[in-house]
Design a protein around this ligand. Structure first.
Ligand code: SF4
Length: 381
């Protein structure tokens, strides 16, 4: 198939579904490997399957250009540097990866990782996203995390020493018993390590997780308190030099915004490979079942319908602080009457401080981000 030059480069997401053990709050698809004797065999077959799916996508793709790659999960480093190398080699062999591509790998900040850092760099990884979650050891313990704050700091410093100049740390808010002081301690910890990017997620107790079964929700902050903690961390991050550019994401500089994730919110196309991974590809949304065996057996992604309409664009773009221009909605097929209705509905919300309407652009404020789902539903229907 002809590769058209004006088609934007793709992002590639690789979902690595292996963890040492399951964290009690986690709803992502992954398998706890501790104590399993068949892990190595599954990892080999998984790696071959990823290579197979890369080829299948390429055969149907209108472009072979790629400008972001993201290894998420799960715990990608469990695959080992050799298999990560095998996958990046295959991506480079099949696709035309741009020189300045952002290639991210998620990792847990254990000291054991330190020895493999140079090898990941030689596999092309140039951005690390660490699941720190908190710089308070009592909170880490509550979350069932296997690292301490001290260990995490050592790991980040080792990554910087190995030459990684683009590092992100994840934090969690709305944890049981969380105070402003604890959040501030976590923010200071990240800022003192001079990382370029921070994500701050509100803990959600998802059905089916051990947190849900043990009713951890009962000791979590209620909605009002969650809102206070969220607005507090947004402000604290700002004071420490991290600009909010998305509901949960903050960067020390525009150039450190997570380029791969921005594709999702911008309705750009990407390929997602691995059990539970989603794609937006050739105008269609699709996803693999949450089942490693089915993935290995070659089950194709399930079609989830057409994507990229103006309503979907509005929903995703309003997650970004930059918001969206009405012109983009017009180009995607919105009628002037749709835009007039959105503006009319947005005006009282602007007065209440939840959003900004200016120069043909609409964007949410941090207060608006807290209730973004309701705002979007109100604007659309
Ligand atoms: S390490 Fe990450 S992906 Fe794995 S169980 Fe814990 S939170 Fe989930």
């Amino acid at each position: 198939m002809e590769k058209l030059k004006d088609i934007p480069p793709l992002g590639i997401y690789i979902h690595v579904p292996f963890c040492v053990s399951k964290c009690p709050y986690c709803d992502f698809y992954s398998i706890g490997c501790a104590g399993r004797s068949d892990t190595r065999e599954y990892m080999d077959r998984y790696t071959d399957s990823v290579k197979r799916e890369l080829k299948t996508f390429l055969e149907k793709s209108r472009t072979n250009r790629v400008d972001t790659v993201y290894f998420g999960g799960g715990t990608p480093v469990l695959l080992t540097d050799k298999k990560i190398h095998a996958i990046t080699d295959e991506i480079y062999r099949l696709f035309s990866v741009e020189n300045n591509a952002e290639i991210t790998m998620e990792a847990n900040p254990h000291t054991a990782l330190s020895q493999q850092l140079s090898s990941y760099r030689s596999a092309g990884i140039n951005r690390l996203s660490f699941g720190l979650q908190s710089a308070n050891d009592d909170e880490l313990k509550l979350l069932g995390r296997l690292h301490s704050a001290h260990e995490a700091a050592q790991c980040v410093k080792a990554a910087q020493k190995a030459g990684f100049e683009n590092i992100s740390l994840d934090l969690m808010t709305a944890l049981p018993y969380q105070t402003e002081e604890k959040l501030l301690n976590s923010v200071k910890f990240c800022s003192e390590l001079n990382v370029q990017h921070i994500s701050a997620y509100i803990l959600k107790v998802e059905e089916g997780t051990p947190f849900y079964v043990n009713d951890v929700q009962a000791i979590c902050p209620d909605e009002d308190r969650q809102a206070q903690l969220y607005l507090y961390i947004v402000q604290a991050l700002k004071e420490h030099g991290y600009e909010q550019y998305e509901i949960s994401n903050f960067a020390s500089n525009k150039k450190y915004r997570a380029r791969h994730n921005v594709k999702y919110w911008n309705c750009d196309e990407y390929i997602g490979i691995g059990p539970s991974a989603h794609s937006f590809f050739n105008g269609r949304r699709m996803y693999y079942p949450r089942d490693l065996k089915l993935f290995i057996d070659g089950t194709s992604p399930t079609d989830d319908g057409e994507g990229g309409g103006w309503e979907e664009y509005l929903m995703l773009r309003l997650r970004l602080s930059d918001g969206l221009d009405f012109d983009a909605l017009r180009q995607l097929g919105a009628e002037q009457s749709d835009i007039d209705r959105i503006i009319k509905k947005a005006q009282p919300m602007q007065k209440a401080g939840f959003l900004k309407l200016e120069n043909d652009n609409i964007s949410l404020t941090p207060e608006g981000f807290l209730i973004s789902n309701s705002i979007i539903a109100e604007l659309l229907f």
